[in-house]
Design a protein around this ligand. Structure first.
Ligand code: FAD
Length: 374
């Protein structure tokens, strides 16, 4: 009788969960899933938490999946066939790493306040400082590309602007981005729609801004001594970095790990999936889940199990918060074949309060994938 192989998965985002579920559905494989506290966080909840309309706890859950061993810990290192946790090495026949992207620190003080976050936990920590600013200028600054969920900073700006208007606050919100046109990689129409949405919400957009990500850690936006144009509050989408776990797999040109067609890396038996991997799809949940499933099928076939069917090509799907309870929705397909060869076809559903239910349904589905039997 052959020994039961162990496959270790790192991370409980969409990529790690999809890989875990695909592996656990194969009898005869031991699946070990590692994430800090064994928990998962729903990143699209960031905007509601930032606006003070929800608590981060609403968008967090412990993970409980039948047939999966969950280790509540932060992985310290990955090597071919092994993970280091708490100083000890755990052996595995293969490792699927889905640690997402790490966020640079943002801090210090300009002439006004500066906060940086891009997840619900970070948003909750920043919320009191944001609430304290009731008048003046608020900048929402995209520090650099790539970052996760390209339309979301525009959504944050619109939500904050509409909230201020509803509360009768004299607050001007400005979106500042290094992009020459929003989300240009997805074509002109989507960027135009985001600009129109911002205009409607009273958000000024400053395109082509020269931002110095190195300056952000000390609380400045550019290398100039005085900057920020006197914003009373600067909200920064921090620079997204390679997870320290994967530092040996990237070069200085990009935070993303180069992978082959099945998300294998140059490290034998180590796959990198989700936001951390250099795939031509946007940093979004469906492409992340697709890559996790694809890597899991590759691992299973390398272990000699009958080859499972590859997943359907991903169709990224993002909600765009317009504030006051209204959401738009963007769906991207690739009718001519996968990118980078195939061009994206973008369908834009205009903002309506009716789509708030779809947003909540997506959150419920996210939860159901992590906690079974509820
Ligand atoms: C504000 C916002 C709004 C968004 N809205 C949408 C949307 O509407 N639609 C959409 O498709 N996408 C959206 N996204 C993007 C989407 O959430 C990400 O693309 C997706 O979560 C990436 O999945 P992932 O599994 O690669 O990584 P992540 O979701 O980032 O998960 C990484 C996991 O790895 C764990 N981890 C990290 N380091 C370690 C370590 N050393 N040891 C163990 N575990 C570790 C983390 O705790 C986490 O569980 C949004 C993102 C943000 C920030």
């Amino acid at each position: 009788m052959r020994a039961v192989p162990t496959v270790a998965v790192v991370g409980t985002g969409p990529a790690g969960i999809a890989a875990t579920r695909q592996l656990r559905d194969q009898a005869g494989v031991r699946v070990v899933l590692v994430a800090p506290e064994g928990r998962s966080e729903y990143l699209p909840g960031t905007l509601a938490v930032a606006a003070g309309d929800a608590r981060a706890a609403q968008y967090r859950t412990r993970v409980e999946l039948a047939g999966v061993e969950i280790i509540p810990a932060r992985v310290e290192a990955i090597e071919p066939g092994a993970l280091r946790i708490g100083g000890s090495w755990i052996r595995a026949h293969a490792v699927i790493a889905a640690p997402g992207l790490a966020l640079d620190p943002v801090g210090g003080a300009t002439s006004g306040e500066i906060v940086g976050f891009w997840d619900p936990t970070g948003a909750e920590a920043a919320a009191p400082r944001m609430r304290a600013v009731e008048r003046g200028l608020v900048d929402v600054v995209i520090s650099s590309l790539p970052y996760r969920c390209p339309p979301a900073p525009y959504g944050l700006a619109m939500r904050l602007a509409r909230r201020a208007r509803r509360l009768g606050q004299q607050l001007q919100v400005r979106l500042v981005t290094p992009e020459e046109h929003p989300l240009a990689a997805l074509g002109r129409v989507l960027g135009d729609a985001l600009l129109a949405g911002c205009q409607d919400a009273g958000v000024e957009v400053s395109l082509g801004a020269k931002i110095d990500p190195e300056a952000l850690a000390r609380g400045a936006i550019t290398a100039r001594a005085s900057d920020g144009d006197g914003a009373d509050l600067t909200i920064v989408i921090p620079r997204h970095r390679t997870s320290p776990l994967l530092a040996d797999l990237v070069d200085a040109t990009s935070p993303l790990v180069t992978v082959d067609a099945r998300f294998g890396t140059e490290m034998t038996g180590v796959f990198v999936v989700g936001d951390a991997a250099a795939s031509p799809y946007p940093r979004a949940a469906d492409p992340a889940a697709w890559s996790g499933t694809l890597a899991a099928t590759a691992v299973l076939s390398e272990l000699g199990f009958e080859h499972a069917r590859d997943p359907e090509a991903p169709a990224p799907d993002c909600f765009v918060d317009h504030g006051d309870g209204a959401y738009g929705r963007i769906r991207i397909t690739y009718p001519d074949g996968p990118p980078p060869g195939g061009q994206p076809a973008v369908a834009i559903a205009p903002a309506t309060p009716a789509l708030a239910k779809d947003f909540e349904d997506a959150h419920r589905r996210w939860h159901a994938l992590r906690v079974e039997g509820q």
